[in-house]
Design a protein around this ligand. Structure first.
Ligand code: SF4
Length: 261
């Protein structure tokens, strides 16, 4: 495929110099092929916000129903499913959680579970011993300190074993409808980078900086939707190795469009 040279005049990728394109080191070129331009300079924040609004509108048109892909009945099930989803696909998690929750439907039941039995049930999700320890310990704390309920605030959620900011954002946004932050998983990191919506992150894995940048350019009430929609778009169109720019409805707002061989 012919490499496109189309680019907004106000957007200059870090691999360009003002005198013309400079070739990035080989390692950077490989990273660029997967993640796109990790830094876009010279785009004023108001312009970036307007472009983010157009991207958001495009996502809403294509994915009006974008939601969490992890099957769950309540906040407890979502919390456990999200812990299990670390380093694992949602599809695999969705295969094991019906079995897990049929046997251990509440924090009380899971706190009292036999760990070897839980390890067997969740084995396919990987890191099953560590994840078993986390979900059993989390269930115990929910019973002992939160009356068997999942807390609905960031500070309390972060005290639970196996819960970091990403998991807390998933639970707060999806189970409680609270836009406390943007979930930055591998898809969101990659797309934020390719779409030029992060400018302080050193790469697409720099989740904290990516989240901070996204929070600056997208209105708070859209944070949870943005997370889900970018994840859907990353799965369906803008995959890591073969982004389908030719059929992407965001292409006209994306500085990485057509840059993948
Ligand atoms: S145009 Fe679409 S598919 Fe291509 S890099 Fe941008 S967001 Fe991804």
């Amino acid at each position: 495929m012919k490499r496109s040279t189309r680019q907004s005049p106000r957007i200059v990728a870090a691999t360009e110099s003002t005198a013309g394109r400079t070739r990035a080191p080989a390692a950077d070129r490989t990273d660029h092929a997967i993640h796109g331009p990790t830094r876009l300079v010279n785009e004023p924040l108001p312009e970036k916000k307007r472009r983010a609004a157009r991207i958001l509108a495009g996502l809403k048109k294509r994915y009006p129903e974008a939601d969490c892909a992890l099957k769950h009945y309540d906040a407890f099930e979502l919390l456990v499913a999200t812990i299990l989803s670390a380093q694992c696909t949602d599809e695999t998690v969705n295969k094991v959680t019906p079995v897990l929750f049929a046997k251990y439907p509440t924090p009380t039941a899971l706190a009292a579970a036999n760990s070897e039995d839980v390890e067997t049930i969740i084995h396919a999700t990987g890191f099953f011993r560590q994840k078993t320890r986390s979900i059993l310990a989390t269930s115990t704390i929910l019973v002992q300190e939160f009356a068997g309920c999942v807390p609905d605030n960031m500070e309390a959620l972060l005290t639970l074993p196996g819960v970091a900011r990403k998991t807390a954002n998933v639970v707060l946004g999806t189970a409680f409808g609270k836009n406390e932050g943007v979930v930055v998983d591998t898809h969101v990191g990659r797309l934020a980078s390719r779409l030029g919506l992060t400018w302080t992150a050193k790469d697409a894995k720099d989740a904290v900086k990516i989240e901070n940048d996204l929070r600056r350019v997208v209105p708070r009430k859209q944070w949870t939707y943005l997370s889900h929609a970018l994840i859907w778009h990353g799965r369906k169109v803008c995959s890591a190795r073969r982004p389908a720019c030719h059929e992407c409805s965001l292409a006209k707002h994306c500085p990485s469009a057509g840059q993948f061989a």
